[in-house]
Ligand binder design. Sequence first.
Ligand SMILES: [Zn+2]
Length: 332
Amino acid sequence: MGYANGQASYVNGESTSNRKQQPLFSFGLITDVQYADIPDGRSFLGVPRYYRHSILVLQRAVKEWNNHQRHNFVINFGDIVDGYCPKDQSLKTVKKIVHEFENFKGPVYHLIGNHCLYNLPRSQLLPLLRIQSDKGHGYYDFSPMPEYRFVVLGGYDISAIGWPKDHPRTLEALKFLQAKNPNEDKNSPMGLVGLERRFLMFNGGVGEEQMKWLDRVLEESTRLKQKVVVCCHLPLHPGASSKEALLWNYDEVMNLIHRYNCVKLCIAGHDHKGGYSIDSHGVHHKVLEAALECPPGTDAFGYADVYDDRISLHGTDRMKSVDMYFNPKADL
Ligand SMILES: [Zn+2]
């Protein structure tokens, strides 16, 4: 599965050497809660999904983050409500999960996932998730302190889901899928080989305008000597993810990121089993394990301690911990 580069870096529990040094700041993270008030089920591949239990995972996460008392913010990496949620309950259910997040005593940054878009259109989702973004785009950035910037990408910018049927971005996505995936069901990877298996309807791509925006943000971050963490619902590196879960144009996005040295870590959700790797430029890629797939009584959430030279992810139960040291050569 391509874990060769990264597996050795997993650290279970807290590394003793980290205890003395205080982090610059820390934040909580969770992904793919995919709550729905429906009986448990299974994924396409047969992996159990605990739709009603996942809200308990979120509640325990918020409690832990609040107990910790020093997390500056929380990031939710998307898919808060499952696509199987009955549509007449979508709004109520999204509000219910947002309310759980609001119990965290600090800011919460949300990413939009495909399951969010199966439930509600962007025009309703963005205000509910308090995403400040022009024209329904889901991308934005924020800087919790001068040394760091977080860039949140909109992975469903070019997408066949979530925009109105006749929207130029829907049409562009459908044309793209038509050319790349010969199956009638565009969510089927049948016959697609290797990395082509990402050309599925439940994925999406970053459009031209967003690429230009990303370029400007990375240029500015470089000038300000900021370290950047890129967040995207869809994974950006095949070494950390199933091929079927990757952003359509992850390669273009990574080529742009690699033109700069400021990006240290990319974090994603969507690929429920999670993963980790370091790419050829020393950028870390962490795909978070899904809250939805926690058997009752177990958890998948965590927090990250951010230092000058590394980010340490501390995961609970299914979420694996990892110390991610930055490539010192990148700053030369
Ligand atoms: Zn997803």
